[in-house]
Design a binder for this molecule. Sequence first.
Ligand code: GLN
Length: 199
Amino acid sequence: MKIGVLALQGAFIEHIQILQALGVEARPVRLPAELEGLDGLIIPGGESTTIGKLAATYGLLEPIRRMAEAGKLIWGTCAGLILLAREVEGGAPPCLGLMDIRVRRNAFGRQVASFEAALPIPALDAIAGPGEQGRPFHAVFIRAPQIVQAGDGVTTLARLEDGTIVAAQQGNLLATAFHPELTTDTRFHRYFLARARKP
Ligand code: GLN
């Protein structure tokens, strides 16, 4: 199992460290050739315009789209979710446009631009270890986006109490508006790896 983490800008080191702690080979990806032989890819949080522009400059967008078409698992966290979206409100960075979601950037306003929430995420029970069953996920939101609309093929994994969608999945695409790599709860990474392992 070899997972790539897009390492152009943002919180990529934290993802690499969690993958390594879970015994998985993790490769920072900066160039198209580094996508070869990967079983999955994580696009981290950071600044989506910067990541999108750099990805376009390095010629990474098209090879990542091909990877998704080949059925490889791709997970975007926060800015990574924005890059996965088919539609971005209010000025889109260069995007992959893979996932049938409309996204609003910096959707929580300045006062509450960053906050934390305990989210029930029933899908994580599929990989839960002892004591983890049913446990809410401590989600860290940093100037986070919202999924304001999701197509028919998209499954919602988590919502805030007011109904806002903050985690979703469409086939081999996974998106979280929050940052599981900034906590010690590895369930989301294990959920991703379990799906990447499926043929
Ligand atoms: N606000 C950032 C953006 O729009 C995303 C924030 C994050 O990744 N933590 O790119």
